[in-house]
Design a protein around this ligand. Structure first.
Ligand SMILES: [Zn+2]
Length: 433
């Protein structure tokens, strides 16, 4: 099968944009009636739903931001009762407050549809066997990809993260054709196969990979493909949208953004729309989201959108490689980390000073995070047992909050560099090529 939903996927651009405008107007009217938050925002901007009669008028609608999500924690932005919510996912947010996302049955259906289209677009069918090494649980990667693969009738092997030698054993024993996970985990699998003397081309049936959840580059793709013989397809999403949602087709040249589900704007510093192919801030409106709608949400990514026809025949625009962030979010081993989360943990511990520094590095694309914190003058101790106890306390609390391990170093007061003005808390030495 070439398309999952040919009528929608090949709809001419003018028709697609007409559909988008209609859905936008319906969503604005619905939210105006249902959401106190949105109603107040529209009123403050002097707008009523009747004013939104064009894309240009829609640009007057105020943005939603991460701090709106935080201020309305946990479920203040839900617009349906819990009776209608069938799933909740939770992801890390800024300053320690996670983002809670609810899904109705309709939301699950649209999320799954988006992935089914994307998987079909690079060649997956019901004959494929997908090994899903994304984390299952509150993170959206595992269950999202899982449902998408089941929708197209593929066989799904829910291995989840970790236990790499067992994962490799399974991909040899079962006819696994496709693997989903973070790009760095795929490098780890390739390394482990080398150590075990396993040749992915000879010893497995793997031919596709779905890679996402962290920043990566074209040169990483080239290396991974050359090492493994697998065609690696980029995947993009965020828990605020639904989860992982957009994939590259077999052309491997940008992520098809399903325009009937998502209205994506790329804006310059003045909030004006960027031309096709010009980089700017990604702003997302979800056209069919029910439980937790997003209208003009500043996701924080920087990229460009390309509406030029894709050789695959799909008419939906393509989002190009992300080239940065508008905020201080870090993605470490596929997990969102905000320095403010680390700062609030440090603030909980009376023996620590507020001076800290985060250093990121990667060896063979495997991320490592070192957190250095200065001790308080009062807590200086020659006692190595006491020092170890403090280190462990910080380390385990960070693990709880961030969901990944950091190497913790407690250092003497006055050791870390001081900055005039805004402190620089992060040194990112990771390389992606
Ligand atoms: Zn395409």
């Amino acid at each position: 099968m070439v398309y999952w939903n040919e009528e929608i996927e090949t709809m001419p651009r003018e028709e697609l944009e007409g559909l988008q405008l209609r859905l936008l107007r319906e969503k604005v009217a619905e939210m105006y009636g249902k959401s106190r938050f949105f109603h107040d925002r529209m009123e403050a901007a002097g707008l009523t739903p009747e004013d939104i009669d064009s894309f240009e008028a829609f640009r007057k609608v105020p943005f939603m931001t991460k701090s709106d999500l935080r201020d309305n924690y946990p479920d203040g932005l839900f617009v349906v009762p819990y009776d209608d919510i069938v799933r909740i996912h939770v992801s890390s947010g800024t300053t320690g407050k996670p983002t809670v996302v609810g899904y109705t049955r309709g939301d699950m259906d649209n999320w799954t549809e988006a992935l089914a289209r994307g998987m079909t677009s690079f060649g997956m069918t019901n004959k494929d066997v997908l090994q899903n090494s994304h984390g299952y649980g509150l993170f959206t990667g595992g269950l999202g990809v899982h449902y998408g693969a089941e929708r197209i009738g593929a066989t799904t092997l829910p291995t989840g993260t970790g236990n790499t030698s067992r994962q490799i054993q399974l991909m040899q024993d079962l006819p696994v054709t496709t693997i989903a996970g973070t790009p760095s985990y795929m490098f780890h699998i390739a390394d482990t196969c080398d150590h075990m003397g396993i040749d992915i081309r000879r010893d497995t049936k793997l031919r596709y990979a779905i890679a996402g959840g962290e920043p990566w580059s074209e040169s990483m793709r080239a290396k991974l493909q050359e090492r493994t013989g697998i065609r690696v397809h980029n995947c993009y999403g965020a828990s605020e949208f639904y989860g992982p949602m957009f994939l590259e087709c077999h052309e491997q040249n940008g992520l098809h953004i399903w325009a009937d589900l998502c209205y994506m704007e790329i804006l310059d510093e003045n909030g004006e729309p960027c031309a096709d192919g010009q980089r700017g801030e990604v702003v997302v409106t979800m056209l069919k989201k029910e439980a937790f709608p997003l209208i003009r949400y500043r996701i924080g990514d920087i990229s460009s959108l390309d509406w030029s026809p894709c050789p695959c025949g799909r008419t939906h625009p393509r989002l190009m490689r992300l080239s940065g962030r508008t905020d201080d979010k870090l993605v470490v081993r596929g997990v969102n980390v905000f320095p403010s989360q680390i700062e609030s943990v440090i603030g909980e511990m009376p023996f620590l000073s507020p001076f800290y520094h985060i250093t990121l590095s990667n060896d063979n694309y495997m991320d490592r995070m070192v957190v250095e914190v200065e001790l308080n003058e009062d807590s200086l101790s020659e006692d190595t047992v006491e020092h170890g106890r403090m280190t462990n306390l910080l380390s385990s609390r960070l693990k709880d909050v961030l969901n990944i391990k950091a190497d913790v170093r407690l250092v003497l007061p006055g050791t870390l560099e001081r900055f005039e003005g805004k402190a620089k808390h992060v040194t990112d030495n990771r390389k992606y090529d």
